[in-house]
Design a protein around this ligand. Structure first.
Ligand code: AMP
Length: 433
């Protein structure tokens, strides 16, 4: 039987581990997404939007042996008896769309979307979280790995986050990974006796994933485990070196992290993570990604290389807020250019507002026939630098009064010059030169 919350105080709350984003905090979200779109488009990426649900199979393909898919997925059956899942991650849906539509390559896309994972909620870990990310289908060129990492890194810096480290690893290709997985399994099983059933079970399911297990008592054995980068084929080794040289050439500092194995099974070759050092150690990943050169083919498409990353919006905002120059800092001016205060019953206010908005200005007013005093209070609270006061005498003279809400000085402005007057004063310094 489904669990139904018992009383209204539980029903009319967001589900456990999920959050509303309200103004004024939502402004930081909006700015973050705009900054990401801007940077991604500068690199030649275009927006892709995929459904929030997919056939369960789409995700099973990418993560049969992972917690994200095995334990944490929100699955349901729709009224037509289809097994569907809420998306737990961003890459599989984009590759599914690629396979379905077969766009010409290179296909460079960015996205912003929520993901759902039934995890134990804590700060920086939620049951619904959002990611911005990119995917590129087509080229296997290591220069593209460098582009993708530099896009992620540059964007994080755009947000004023300076405490960020790029961790880099290579997962090899299927040819080098299978013998490595076998060697790793043997090595781990040699220690399974001492480490218990859970360890043995994890090793049997996916020995490579054990490398990033967090259990304290396993760390000794994990640290001494053989490393994949020692088992790379010559081609993979060369690819990995080109990526490192490319990052060096762009001045992007990076650290080799041989035990960095990302949470999903599809990764091959380059993998990376952006560690945010302003975050709690257990949740310090701002995001990460890597190559998944076999995934399109596995979903029934032509053999096509792929690479991408996802960055967690909530964690980026936590990290930005923790730094003095972070853009999530609350001092930024929110919103409006002008607030219309009306003594005339509303019609004139509606016309002035319409004009201001049609000219590209951000303007609002109070509704509900409120007193002049209440409207002035609303104007002050709105954050707008100017109030436009519409009184009977001003209107009779073909004027409005513009009040500077910071200095409380009021000046008459001819009605037909209002838009130009505001635009001139609101323009950023130097714009008129
Ligand atoms: P992943 O898809 O697991 O590689 O996650 C990419 C990024 O999304 C992580 O580095 C986090 O920033 C963020 N993320 C993943 N899972 C969660 C979660 N449960 N709550 C909040 N953010 C998350």
């Amino acid at each position: 039987m489904p669990r139904v919350p018992g009383d209204r105080s539980e029903v009319f709350r967001a589900p456990v581990g999920m959050h509303d984003v309200l103004p004024p905090e939502s402004r930081a979200w909006r700015d973050l997404v705009a900054a990401f779109a801007d940077r991604a488009e500068r690199y030649g990426y275009e927006l892709v939007v995929t459904p929030i649900v997919e056939h369960r199979e789409v995700f099973e393909r990418v993560g049969e042996a992972t917690d994200v898919v095995r334990k944490e997925m929100y699955d349901f059956t729709d009224k037509g008896d289809r097994a569907l899942s809420l998306r737990p991650e961003g890459t599989a849906p984009v590759v599914r769309a690629f396979v379905q539509h077969r766009p010409t390559v290179p296909w460079k896309v960015w996205y912003v979307a929520p993901n759902f994972r039934y995890e134990r909620p804590q700060k920086g870990r939620y049951r619904q979280h959002w990611q911005v990310g990119v995917e590129v289908l087509g080229p296997a060129d290591p220069d593209l790995d460098v582009e993708v990492i530099s896009l992620a890194h540059g964007f994080v810096r755009d947000l004023g986050i300076t405490k960020v480290r790029v961790l880099l690893n290579s997962m090899g290709d299927a040819g080098s990974r299978a013998p490595y997985a076998a060697a790793l399994r043997d090595y781990f099983l040699g220690h399974a006796e001492a480490l218990g059933d859970e360890f043995r079970e994890r090793v049997e399911t996916n020995p490579i994933r054990v490398l990033d297990a967090k259990r304290e008592d396993w760390q000794d054995v994990i640290e001494r485990a053989p490393q994949l980068t020692e088992h790379l084929s010559a081609t993979e080794q060369e690819h990995f070196e080109v990526v490192q040289r490319g990052l060096d050439a762009l001045g992007i500092a990076h650290e080799l992290a041989p035990r960095l194995v990302r949470g999903l099974d599809y990764y091959t070759s380059t993998t990376f993570e952006l560690a945010g050092d302003a975050l709690d150690a257990a949740q310090n990943a701002l995001g990460g990604g890597g190559r998944y050169d076999g995934l399109a083919e596995e979903m029934g498409g032509p053999p096509t290389a792929g690479i991408g990353f996802g960055l967690g919006i909530e964690r980026l905002l936590i990290a930005a807020a923790a730094e003095p120059g972070g853009t999530a800092a609350p001092s930024r001016r929110v919103g409006l250019d002008a607030f219309v205060v009306d003594h005339l019953g509303g019609l004139e206010a509606a016309i002035v507002l319409h004009e201001l908005r049609e000219s590209g200005l951000r303007a609002d007013r109070a509704y509900g026939g409120r007193s002049l005093k209440a409207q002035m209070k609303a104007a002050n609270r709105s954050g707008a630098p100017y109030a436009i006061v519409l009184g009977p005498e001003e209107v009779a003279r073909g004027e409005v009064s513009v009040r500077d809400l910071e200095t409380a000085k009021q000046v008459p402005v001819p009605r037909e010059q209002l838009v130009g007057w505001l635009q001139l004063r609101l323009a950023p310094p130097g714009a008129a030169e």
